[in-house]
Design a protein around this ligand. Structure first.
Ligand code: ATP
Length: 425
């Protein structure tokens, strides 16, 4: 059976991944596969942080087990060959844990869903790319024979059911390390030591950003999550998480399968661009890049006749230089989320560069030497004194065609597929 949970945290604390870990410790069923940390539409205004929703397939132990985490010295084991069962009581048990742990906050609206089968993947694709209504999900769940529990306005059932519906074919993993009730501040030196360990671990991504002096593994210490390491190999992540737990005096860790780093949120080349959606589109640059207040960089572009701005905001650091290097007439494929006429860039691929000319002093008609500029359209030869008012135009060399750029690790979104993972997940 499948159990989905979402929206148990608030800006003040808690984390739904920790709620799921607590449910796993209390229900008398075991995981049959990795718990699933599924990121949904990153543009949803109701999200607390990264719009993550959780689910797990539960059953009875059977066959050989696999260690996927520990909690206060106890192993957490999954049984891929365990027995599939359906117990309605799990809904109540999970609801009790959520009731106890969830943050009492206006913006926190927990939802729990159980289903004997995986839910139709359409529910996932809608929630990761689009905006979904709670009533629509209630109707689907009723029709599919799933059961659910709601708190507050019940919005959490959207994420809970989308997480169960995620097909999971393209996936990565994340091992999360916890300390109850709230992660302490990790000293900088320890952060960098663990960051370097992660860099040396096979298949990990988004660990550290040396250039910007940032270790991306440590979230702000307001939830029980001390550390999260992402990668493509769950065993290496688990062994790293277990070593780091010792260094951080943590209470345990759990490995999740995830849609992070898959670009699943992107809609490819639509008719029109709409707010609260993310896209991969090919556009023609139509203006010169401009740096605006706050050091944000924008450039005008045209997509299917629609004029938009491409934006590289200040937190994207050196990526702004990529945008500053664009010229009118360039053709680029870009990914990012769209809001009020502006695409907030995540990645950029240069398809073709416009032929661009640069004015320069001409060669001297008499002696052939390069003349010197003495003012606007006023050139002199320093050898023979010849004058000219006609400049020459040279093609600007721009070795950009076929190159791919992405925002640095310090500014990456959960769902964005790092360039180094493309074709691997
Ligand atoms: P954290 O990352 O710390 O777990 P969060 O950012 O996941 O927090 P939530 O507290 O889960 O934020 O809030 C997101 C809310 O938005 C949930 O109620 C979820 O069901 C809902 N939601 C998710 N995707 C969509 C969508 N596409 N359309 C409408 N609502 C959505």
């Amino acid at each position: 059976m499948h159990l989905g949970i979402d929206d148990t945290d608030s800006r003040k604390g808690m984390c739904t991944t920790f709620t799921l870990l607590s449910v796993l410790r209390e229900v008398d069923l075991v995981p049959l596969s990795y718990p699933r940390l599924v990121r949904l539409n990153p543009e949803i205004p109701y999200k607390t942080r990264g719009n993550g929703a959780l689910s797990v397939e539960l059953g009875l132990p059977g066959g050989s087990g696999k260690l996927i985490g520990t909690w206060r010295g106890e192993p957490i084991i999954m049984y891929p060959d365990g027995e599939r069962v359906y117990r309605e009581s799990v809904l109540e048990e999970a609801a009790e844990v959520v009731e106890r742990l969830h943050e009492r906050d206006e913006g926190t609206n927990p939802g729990i869903v159980i289903s004997s089968d995986r839910l139709p993947e359409e529910l996932y694709w809608r929630a990761v790319k689009d905006v979904v209504d709670t009533d629509e999900i209630r109707n689907h769940l009723r029709h599919l024979g799933a059961r659910w529990a709601e708190f507050g306005n019940g919005r959490g059932i959207i994420g809970a059911s989308a997480s169960i519906a995620w097909p999971g074919e393209r996936h990565t993993f994340e091992a999360l390390v916890y300390r109850e009730p709230r992660a302490p501040e990790t000293p900088k030196g320890v952060m960098w030591r663990i960051g370097e360990m992660a860099e040396g671990t096979r298949g990990t991504f988004n660990n550290i950003d040396r250039r910007n002096g940032h270790v991306a593994l440590f979230p702000a210490p307001i939830t029980p999550v001390v550390l999260g390491v992402r990668g493509t190999d769950p065993e290496s992540l688990a062994s790293l998480a277990s070593r780091a737990s010792g260094m951080l005096d943590a209470h345990g860790y759990l490995t999740f399968m995830s849609n992070q780093g898959t670009d699943d949120h992107l809609i490819e080349g639509p008719e029109r661009l709409e707010d609260m959606h993310s896209y991969r589109i090919t556009v023609r640059i139509s203006g010169r890049p401009r740096t605006e207040r706050g050091s944000h960089v924008f450039v005008r572009a045209v997509y299917r006749g629609q004029e938009i701005d491409l934006a590289a905001y200040e937190p994207t650091k050196e990526f702004r230089d990529t945008v500053r290097g664009l010229m009118p007439g360039d053709s680029v494929t870009v990914t990012g989320s769209f809001s009020r006429g502006t695409l907030n860039l995540e990645k950029l691929y240069v398809e073709a560069t416009a032929l661009t000319f640069e004015r320069e002093a001409p060669a001297c008609r008499s002696c052939g030497r390069r003349m010197k500029s003495k003012g606007r359209f006023d050139y002199r030869c320093q050898e023979c004194g010849t004058r000219s008012d006609l400049p020459e135009y040279a093609v600007v060399k721009r070795d950009l065609r076929g190159t791919r750029f992405q925002v640095p690790v310090c500014a990456r979104r959960h769902l964005t597929e790092p360039l180094e993972l493309e074709g691997l997940v």
